[in-house]
Write a protein that binds this ligand. Structure first.
Ligand SMILES: [Zn+2]
Length: 294
């Protein structure tokens, strides 16, 4: 019995020694795990999640896509995450993502295949009277600022989140707009959720209010929320605003009410989601499914 016990202890000690060695080996080596999802087929307007697990310290990690650099954030012990929003007008094809850091511990590349997504078309007849419906310089400035807000701290949980309003989708993301029969290059940069005036509008996840403004001419009363690490959301055409700039909001917290202020033909919530300034389809991986209106 005693001999058996000594033998077992010896085995345990050997195993412990062995695992330490494995640990030592891993220390000097580079990346353990790099995942880019999705990568095989990424639809136009979709969000790509870059996740890195490494025992090495990464200093100011970034990824580059089409000659532009984007930050990769530390999201946990030995964990880093980056978000890439694929422009809905991106040309289908194969693209390279290159990841690097200042310490030279990250030198990895991945490829994604962007595929075309069918988008409905919307034909709009533009009349002279519509010129008055243009956005003011103030609202364009505010929205521009909100889209490109970049906070290092993660202010959110992992998706999928709840829909920001109860209702059905009356206009999808990416609808191509044709003005007087010609494609304008303009497309729908969010989803429209049809709901009665006064219906609560909730922040999809935790965040900080970038602006809450009821003076916009085109967008109407609007709220923008920063969810951290390059993710921001916009809530437009509100009848009531419940928050103010700088407020910290929680997931599902009411921030306003559905309305039809600004350029809207009926009460609905226009909700836009931006990844590092790129409008993305919120229905692709960000929230739980919502029915289309019948
Ligand atoms: Zn809309």
């Amino acid at each position: 019995m005693k001999k058996g016990l000594v033998f077992s202890l010896l085995i345990i000690a050997l195993l412990a020694l062995f695992s330490v060695k494995i640990g030592c080996l891993a220390e000097g080596s580079a990346i353990k795990e790099v995942s880019v999802t999705p990568n095989e087929e990424v639809k136009q307007g979709e969000t790509v999640f870059i996740r890195i697990k490494t025992s090495d310290e990464l200093r100011d990690p970034v990824f580059s896509y089409k000659n532009k650099k984007y930050k990769i954030f530390k999201t946990g012990e030995n964990e880093y995450t980056g978000l890439l929003g694929i422009n809905t007008l991106e040309k289908p094809g194969k693209y390279k993502i290159y990841m690097s850091d200042q310490n030279g511990n990250l030198k990895d590349k991945a490829y994604i295949s962007v595929i075309a997504k069918d988008h409905p078309k919307q034909y709009i007849t533009v009349t002279k009277g519509m010129a008055g419906l243009r956005a003011t310089a103030h609202e364009l400035r505010q929205i521009g600022r909100a889209k490109y807000t970049l906070t290092d701290i993660k202010l959110r949980a992992e998706p999928p989140y709840n829909s920001p309003a109860d209702g059905c989708i009356i206009s999808e993301f990416g609808v191509r707009r044709y003005y007087n029969g010609e494609f304008s290059g303009n497309y729908h940069k969010g989803v429209d959720i049809k709901a009665p005036t006064g219906e609560p509008v909730r922040s999809i996840t935790d965040g900080k209010v970038i602006f809450a403004d009821d003076t916009f001419r085109l967008h109407g009363a609007s709220v923008a929320v920063d969810h951290g690490q390059g993710l921001t959301s916009l809530y437009i055409h509100l009848s009531k605003v419940d928050v103010k700039e700088g407020d910290i909001v929680k997931a599902d917290q009411k921030i306003g009410e559905v309305g039809m202020t600004g350029f809207a033909t009926g009460p609905h919530l226009h909700w836009g989601l931006y990844v590092n300034g790129t409008p993305v389809d919120p229905m692709q991986g960000w929230i739980k499914p919502v029915n289309l209106c019948k």
